[in-house]
Design a binder for this molecule. Structure first.
Ligand code: COA
Length: 260
């Protein structure tokens, strides 16, 4: 894809990205690095962190990688503290760590529901809370990766729908409470994005063709579409945007079509 933004729009910024090793937020981390930011990435899986760190460094970026489960507040606090020790500050936090699987509500266990809410919602709060003092010092910002599943209703996704509704509430509440400190808090709600773990796990191949015809723009999203939205929202171009979750889905949710 042709270059859309000016060079180095995030020069000098330090970005802390959860789930920053793979998938959509892995792409966002790489795009931030290309835009001049220094990266700190967390994930539960060490091997994914190593691969992403290597990729970013081979492409001329800086990457500090630290394993942490966002459900574990002490581990999150430690990852934030180690990042600050490494770079001296944090300017941008991206909450991308998420869990997902398809399951009918009447077959989902209480622990299955709680696990996804813990990763997505509690994990997002944990990271925002632990990063607050740093973001206050840097007049930084938060970007929460959400979804559109809960705008209407998405069968087999009650756990993720509830979790992401909580994430959107966190985006709005923190934007109001922390705006006075110069901290902007926004979100992105991606639609169906090609070449992601989510798409492989959540969309049966036979439903792919059916779904693409029901997307107004007649194509699946690309990770680059989310990267560009993330670059826009975290750049100075969006300096008066606060408390917004930007839908990047080709218009898909508006049709309200369920494939189930
Ligand atoms: N269907 C139904 N229930 C499921 C499930 C599935 N596919 N996968 C996990 N669960 C339930 C488990 O049965 C368990 O509940 P139980 O104790 O009542 O049996 C609960 O969820 C926790 O599962 P566990 O595997 O112990 O949790 P975990 O923390 O290791 O895994 C998940 C986290 C659940 C998110 C797991 O699916 C995962 O790691 N996914 C990969 C990452 C991912 O989803 N990325 C997002 C792509 S969009």
């Amino acid at each position: 894809m042709d270059k859309i933004f000016a060079d180095n729009i995030l020069q000098g910024k330090v970005a802390f990205v959860t789930g920053g090793a793979t998938g959509i937020t892995g792409g966002v981390a790489r795009a931030f690095s290309e835009a001049g930011a220094k990266l700190a990435i967390t994930s539960r899986k060490e091997e994914n962190l190593i691969a992403q760190k290597q990729f970013i460094e081979e492409n001329g970026g800086e990457c500090f990688a630290i394993a942490a489960d966002v459900r574990d507040y002490a581990a999150v606090e430690n990852a934030i503290a180690e990042t600050v020790k490494h770079y001296g500050k944090i300017d941008i936090v991206v909450n991308g760590a998420a869990g997902n699987f398809l399951c009918k509500a009447n077959e989902l266990s209480a622990n299955g529901f709680a696990t996804v809410v813990d990763i997505d919602t509690k994990g997002t709060f944990n990271v925002c809370r632990a990063a607050f003092e740093e973001l206050k010092s840097s007049r930084g910002q938060i970007l929460n990766i959400s979804a559109t599943l809960h705008y209407l209703a998405t069968p087999m996704q009650i756990h993720v729908s509830a979790a992401k509704a909580g994430v959107d509430a966190i985006t709005r509440n923190l934007s109001v409470e922390w705006g006075r400190y110069g901290i902007r808090v926004n979100g992105i709600a991606p639609g169906p994005i090609e070449d992601t773990e989510g798409m492989k796990r959540l969309l049966l191949p036979e439903l792919k063709d059916k779904l693409v015809k029901r997307i107004p723009l007649q194509r699946f999203g690309r990770i680059a579409d989310i990267e560009n939205a993330a670059l826009f929202l975290t750049s100075d171009a969006a300096s008066y945007i606060n408390g917004v979750t930007l839908v990047v889905d080709g218009g898909q949710w508006l049709l309200g079509t369920s494939l189930m």
